[in-house]
Design a binder for this molecule. Structure first.
Ligand code: GLN
Length: 472
């Protein structure tokens, strides 16, 4: 069995014939079935993956293969791939097949990546533990009693358990970085607009971004370089030039870091996570970087702002799932209205319904000003403060999450407790800046911890450069 270390080595090994795409796909399929209990994959695209492998093997022989030849990629189950099922881990999309591919999928395929299947996640990407999937929990491979994080739980687990080489997730408030932190992988949320959202099933459109989960920062840089860029199908995608992120990694640059005092002193921060972050700060200082504490007086407003605005957007985005256009339709309807009501009541899970109701409430005539408008104003204040810090510093450092992965059921009864899992990650989505989570040590409970680094808009190159230097 081929042992994957990084994409660069894999490419070299494919060239010399040490392995080939057909056997890589066969090995992946067999490992996924051996590790079925993890529940990371909702479906393996066996036939199309084998076909892609065969074609790519021919291209490798002919010397015409792309930059991701032979890289086995899994997709979060909210990213469309033409002719394949996609469900956002929801019963409401039962039986639905994508009519077109997401731009990111087209870009991956153009570089000869092999798409192996779709990955379990929280329903409509709403959750922090992958306990909200209609298709069951995903287990953390490092300790199966623990959650893998969410909402891109399957994406993180597939990489951590070596079921594929790279995965794509989506991040609205931390859904790439938090599961990456819980599984010891690297996860990056790009600048809003860096990567096209065309073909991503929307949760909260002004927050959502697609990004990679990988084993190394090097792989993350390469995949980001490929999936980034402007797209005529997504008006919010940026025309800013895409850097050659993988070429940015080697330079030895010295940077100025801010760490948010309130985050490091936050009540509820696990003391060992705090120590791990402080250790990284010491290491950075000892290596010629400047690290200073700054005030961030809005920490307590991050999560409420995120939940007011994202639920509002979700209530609008999810109104299209009505039992008529897509997927699931109730068998118990008597007329049009009961078709809508019953299809939605039966098709959506509890958390999704909670958020649709909350979002509808904050948008309703009587409460719009008090909640939605106010939320937008607070978003602006948080954005301005984040920009102000990033105009004076290269990066902002925080822990990725307040603690390590937790046991199943621990936060399920209390949504507020679950929502506070996102306290450090939502800032980057509220402001729209890029952020990465990299492993930064192992807790005494045996589980990994993550360091989050945020950078200014479109400074992914710089962000990946420093992330590649962090040693866990
Ligand atoms: N955990 C957050 C939530 O539940 C983030 C989700 C996400 O980024 N998609 O909304």
């Amino acid at each position: 069995m081929y042992s994957f270390s990084n994409i660069k080595t894999l490419q070299a090994d494919l060239k010399t014939g040490k392995t080939n795409c057909t056997s890589l796909v066969e090995e992946a399929i067999s490992l996924i079935s051996q590790k079925k209990q993890l529940n990371a994959f909702l479906e393996v695209f066996e036939d199309s993956a084998k076909e892609l492998a065969k074609k790519t093997d021919e291209k490798i022989k002919a010397g015409t293969a792309g930059k991701l030849a032979g890289v086995i990629v899994g997709l979060k189950d909210n990213i469309c791939y033409k002719g394949h099922k996609v469900s956002a881990s929801s019963k409401i999309l039962e039986g639905f097949e994508s009519l077109y591919s997401a731009t990111v999928v087209e870009k991956l395929l153009a570089e000869d990546a092999i798409i192996i299947g779709r990955l379990n996640c929280d329903e409509f990407a709403m959750g922090s533990s992958n306990e909200n999937s209609a298709f069951g929990n995903v287990l953390n491979p490092l300790n199966e009693k623990y959650v893998p994080g969410g909402s891109s739980g399957g994406s993180a687990v597939a990489v951590a358990a070596n079921l594929c080489h790279v995965t794509l997730g989506s991040d609205t408030g931390g859904s790439i970085r938090q599961p990456a932190s819980f599984t010891g992988t690297v996860g990056l949320k790009p600048t809003y607009g860096r990567v096209s959202r065309f073909g991503l099933i929307a949760y909260a459109s002004s927050f959502d971004q697609i990004g990679p989960i990988t084993k190394s920062v090097e792989d993350c840089a390469l995949v980001l370089e490929i999936i980034s860029g402007s797209d005529k199908n997504d008006n919010t995608s940026s025309s800013q030039k895409v850097e050659n992120y993988s070429n940015e990694l080697t330079a030895d640059k010295k940077f100025k870091f801010a760490y948010l005092k309130e985050c490091v002193e936050a009540e509820g921060l696990d003391p060992e996570v705090k120590q791990a972050v402080l250790k990284q700060i010491e290491w950075l200082k000892n290596n010629g970087h400047v690290v200073e504490a700054v005030d961030f007086p809005y920490l307590e407003f991050l999560v409420p702002t995120y939940y007011v605005l994202t639920t509002a957007e979700a209530s609008s985005n999810l109104s299209r799932f009505d039992g008529i256009h897509y997927g699931y339709r109730t068998k118990n309807a008597t007329d049009l209205e009961s078709t809508y009501k019953k299809s939605r009541s039966e098709g959506f899970g509890k958390e999704v319904k909670r958020r649709i109701m909350l979002g509808t409430f904050v948008l309703s005539a009587g409460y719009y000003d008090a909640y939605y408008s106010k939320g937008q104003k607070v978003r602006r204040v948080i954005q301005e403060k984040t920009k102000e810090i990033l105009n004076n510093f290269d990066f902002i450092l925080t822990p990725s999450t307040p603690g390590t992965a937790f046991e199943f059921g621990k936060n399920s009864a209390d949504p507020i407790k679950m929502y506070l899992e996102d306290i450090f990650t939502v800032q980057a989505n509220i402001a729209g800046v890029p952020a990465i989570s990299v492993p930064c040590g192992i807790h005494s409970n045996g589980l990994p911890m993550g360091l989050q680094i945020m950078a200014n808009y479109f400074e992914e190159g710089k962000l990946l450069n420093i992330a590649s230097k962090i040693k866990s």
